[in-house]
Write a protein that binds this ligand. Structure first.
Ligand SMILES: [Zn+2]
Length: 373
């Protein structure tokens, strides 16, 4: 085992973003292969079938359409891997949200690292750019991270589709992206190894910082644009922040307690209706409390969260009636072996997580009361 501390940054070789970008999918995919399995759920197929079929056919790419089951589980990965093998596919394309894309990445890896294309139709997570997948149990609880040898060959985001989705998706993506800087700075200060396999570079830290600055500047504007389903420069900037800046930032700087506590929260069935970034936002608040963040920093987090409509209280993610036992169970899962919570510069116990969740919730409720117009 090499003990030399190296800095490392990884990323997809190509990122494409714009209104109507799905129409250009074929020309990019044709450079990667000629036989594609395309994976999307029924709702996403209804949106993109015509454009995707037309674009791939025009570029001479054969396609096999597959309906995604909705969760990135080992069973679903195995099922679609068999489809890709049967079809002799040399490209796998995941279209939709983070789970469809993560499944496509896992299938690409299982098929001997055939080309992977990630085409998010929503800006709800930073999964599309990374070389890892989050595997869930059949019940929808976090199971493990799965790491691959490389990032997707192509990430293509159509902002017309992003704007067409319910605004809750891009708002949730802002919750995922907001955590990136807070987690990155912890990992850098504590010299933790990032998901990419090394210490952070100045470049990835700068991207994480830019992600945070972009959210502060354009987040509320982008929420309003998404509510009207229009593509504006602010919506473009937030789509990039949620997808590219957050993706490169977290993967090459590292995750910490915000995501560790997110994973812990998934042991409670009460939060299963919540989106990834909504739960992460509670994890971020708990991380700030654990760090003993100054009041001004908590207030910045709360002002932003309320302006874009992210949950800040336990009730906001369905845990309003959680008792101590339940919070401790979440704390235990948040501090399980291998969890990114251990990237914090001090030891974190289940009790500390439970206390931080309650402390953050109380502060957020007091802040909301004070600022209710
Ligand atoms: Zn995340």
């Amino acid at each position: 085992m090499n003990t030399v501390a190296t800095r490392m940054m990884i990323s997809p070789p190509k990122y494409v973003q714009g209104a109507g970008a799905v129409g250009t999918l074929g020309e990019h995919v044709a450079r990667l292969g000629e036989n594609a399995v395309v994976l999307a759920d029924n709702g996403v197929w209804a949106l993109v079938d015509e454009a995707v079929t037309q674009s791939l056919s025009a570029a001479g790419v054969k396609l096999t359409k597959e309906i995604f089951g909705g969760l990135c589980t080992q069973k679903e990965i195995d099922r679609i891997t068999a489809v890709a093998e049967q079809a002799g596919a040399d490209v796998v394309i995941g279209i939709g949200g983070g789970t469809a894309i993560d499944t496509a990445k896992a299938v690409g890896h299982a098929r001997g690292d055939i080309a992977v294309v990630s085409a998010p139709t929503v800006a709800s997570t930073d999964a599309p750019t990374s070389a890892l997948a989050v595997i869930y149990t059949e019940e929808g609880a976090f199971e493990r991270y799965s790491f691959f040898s490389r990032n997707p060959n192509l990430v293509l985001v159509d902002t017309q589709l992003v704007a067409g989705a319910p605004s809750r998706f891009i708002v949730s993506g802002m919750g995922d992206a907001l955590a990136t800087w807070y987690e990155a700075r912890v990992c850098v200060a504590a010299e933790r190894t990032a998901m990419a396999g090394g210490l952070a570079t100045g470049a990835s830290l700068a991207l994480a910082k830019l992600c945070w600055e972009t959210l502060m500047e354009y987040g509320p504007q982008a929420r309003l644009a998404a509510e009207q389903h229009v593509v504006t420069p602010a919506l473009e900037k937030i789509t990039e922040a949620n997808t590219l800046l957050s993706g490169l930032g977290f993967e090459s700087c590292g995750l910490a307690a915000a995501h560790g506590i997110h994973n812990g929260l998934t042991v409670s069935h009460k939060v299963h209706g919540m989106m990834h970034g909504e739960k992460v936002n509670i994890g971020t608040l708990a991380q700030l409390i654990l760090e003993g963040a100054p009041t001004a920093e908590l207030d910045t987090y709360l002002e932003f969260s309320l302006a874009v409509g992210l949950p800040t209280t336990l009730a906001g993610i369905g845990l309003g009636d959680a008792d101590r036992e339940e919070l401790l169970a979440i704390g235990r899962a948040s501090t399980a072996e291998g969890e990114t919570t251990h990237n914090m510069p001090f030891a974190v116990t289940p009790q500390m997580v439970a206390d931080a969740l309650v402390g953050g919730d109380a502060y957020a409720r007091a802040y909301a009361r004070k600022h209710a117009a």
